[in-house]
Design a protein around this ligand. Structure first.
Ligand code: DAT
Length: 176
């Protein structure tokens, strides 16, 4: 089935601003915010990690996750909110936005979430090493991957306008 609306992944290290972007985008475009954390909870597909130092981290069975969201992706118009991206089949995805932010700012945001020192450092390393950007570039065509800075509300407004314009163009190009 051909999608009438595009599927967009909003990914990045925890704390960079994914959910904030997804909410605003869903609000402005009417597309659906597909919050993968909610899907994992709803279908109970997160296994508790074996790491005794990190009992709160859930390991998600990606095959089961894909089964749970397959219909929505086929339908299109999904804004997928998650800290990983390479599990989603490229044929189902039209745009991948990797949200980024300054390390100092990220540190403060994660500190506010009361992350312990180990988890905080892991996430800081993830952002510094550009793990998500690399993952996106390996899994998808270069033209599909964009980096969005999310430090100020102006950044956010600009990003939302940019993705809105991209959606309009996508629809034109696909005769919608
Ligand atoms: P994520 O979903 O990537 O974990 P979030 O959307 O929950 O991140 O944002 C984390 C915090 O940072 C939250 O308090 C909102 C704030 N934030 C994110 N992007 C921002 C921006 N562009 N301007 C101001 N605050 C921002």
């Amino acid at each position: 089935m051909l999608r009438t609306d595009p599927n967009i992944i909003i990914t990045g290290t925890p704390g960079v601003g994914k959910t904030t972007h997804c909410r605003e985008l869903a609000d402005k475009t009417g597309l659906h915010h597909l919050d993968i954390n909610e899907v994992v909870k709803k279908h109970n597909i997160g296994e508790t990690s074996n790491d005794p130092d990190d009992p709160n981290t859930k390991i998600v069975d990606e095959d089961r996750l894909l089964d749970c969201i397959e219909n929505e992706l086929e339908e299109g118009g999904q804004i997928v909110d998650w800290h990983a991206c390479d599990l989603f089949p490229p044929s189902m995805i039209d745009l991948v936005c990797v949200v980024r932010c300054d390390n100092k700012l990220l540190y403060d945001r994660l500190k506010q979430r009361n992350y312990d020192e180990k988890k905080l450092q892991e996430n800081m390393d993830c952002e510094i090493m550009e793990v998500l950007l690399e993952e996106a570039r390996e899994a998808y065509e270069a033209e599909m991957v964009v980096e969005l800075k999310s430090e100020t509300t102006e950044d956010m407004d600009g990003n939302v306008r940019r993705v809105e314009a991209w959606i309009k163009q996508w629809k034109k190009d696909h005769g919608k």
